[in-house]
Design a protein around this ligand. Structure first.
Ligand code: MTE
Length: 322
């Protein structure tokens, strides 16, 4: 039975000093008009400036924060979270920028199909403008036992499911990353089961926490984070959060995911965070916070048990945690 207590990440905003500093920076930038003054003054890093000018939805950032989602720790500075990424299409090292900057994210079309009333192809800018954007502070826990806390901007995955109108036969949503060997050298490595594929049950996809991400740190998503569209499911290990999505389909069958295809004994479909279930190579008991030497105990469902544990009450025979 779940006992309702104050959740560990429910702290007052004033207690998270660096976050408040970060918020001030956002307000300052917004007041200047998305940083155009700074770009003109040559104070804005060149790469960010390029990202801002080529993104036709830049005017939507920063989006209003949804205060429901609070952290139990400071926001990770972008210099750490943006320079330690997993993006196997571009590199197996953590430094994927500037290789990932080679990906052109406009024009970008998302195909929505499978068991839906009306399959469609929709341009990313149309999609983003049709969806209710908001900012949420979320944690991300990687199965490699590091974690970060970031202000994602995005829209509830549920809104996309509603747009797609899956038929009653649909049980799963499947999301895939672009494929382009010329741009993504990792995709020339034939032993990986490209394209990167992830999936959720429709019930998981409709959970409040499931977020389609289009931005971070109050601006459009930089490429290394998975521009122009990625998933965030913070109660699951980070590998479920598929990047650079251009195909979404609804199926009756459970999909085989990228990491399952590579090593099913180590990476399962469910991949819910659980400190008591170790991975063969990493204890899941605690986690290293990016940008610091601190370690913290890992929490069941990454601390989001109250929101998501009910999803799994009838699935106890499944391998829910690996
Ligand atoms: N999506 C794609 N397409 N390719 C990848 O290699 N890596 C995953 C996930 N999404 C990955 C991906 C893994 S293992 C993690 S931990 C997160 O992205 C990392 O997200 P971040 O780089 O924004 O921290």
């Amino acid at each position: 039975m779940l006992i309702k207590t104050r959740r560990r990440w429910e702290i007052r905003e004033s207690e998270a000093t660096p976050e408040a500093v970060f918020t001030d920076r956002r307000r300052f930038i917004a007041a200047l008009g998305i940083g155009s003054g700074l770009i003109g003054a040559g104070l804005w890093p060149a790469r960010e400036a390029a990202a801002q000018t080529r993104d036709p939805t830049a005017d939507l950032y920063p989006a209003k924060r949804n205060e429901t989602y609070k952290l139990d720790r400071d926001v990770t500075a972008e210099k750490f979270s943006g320079d330690y990424n997993n993006y196997y299409e571009f590199s197996t090292s953590k430094t994927v920028t500037p290789a990932s900057d080679a990906l052109k994210t406009r024009p970008w079309t998302v195909k929505i199909g499978g068991l839906v009333e009306k399959p469609m192809e929709i341009g990313i800018d149309d999609l983003i403008r049709r969806m209710p954007l908001e900012e949420r502070l979320y944690r991300l826990r990687c199965v490699e036992a590091w974690s970060m806390a970031v202000p994602w901007t995005g829209f509830p995955l549920r809104a996309l499911v509603d747009l797609a109108k899956p038929t009653s036969a649909a049980k799963y949503i499947v999301m895939q990353t672009f494929q382009d060997k010329a741009t993504a050298p990792g995709q020339r490595q034939f032993w990986y089961p490209w394209p990167y594929t992830e999936g959720l049950t429709l019930e998981e996809a409709r959970n409040d926490l499931a977020l389609m991400v289009t931005g971070v740190y109050g601006k459009p998503l930089p490429n290394q984070f998975g521009a122009p569209l990625r998933l965030a499911v913070p109660w699951k290990y980070g590998f479920k959060s598929v990047k650079a999505i251009n195909a979404i389909s609804f199926t009756a069958e459970r999909p085989k995911t990228f990491w399952e295809g590579l090593q099913a004994s180590e990476y399962g479909f469910w991949a819910n965070v659980n400190p008591a279930v170790p991975h063969p190579r990493w204890s899941q008991a605690d986690e290293r916070i990016l940008g610091s030497n601190d370690r913290r105990p890992t929490l069941l469902f990454n601390g989001y048990a109250e929101e998501v544990a009910p999803l799994y009450k009838d699935l106890q025979k499944e391998r829910l945690y690996a």
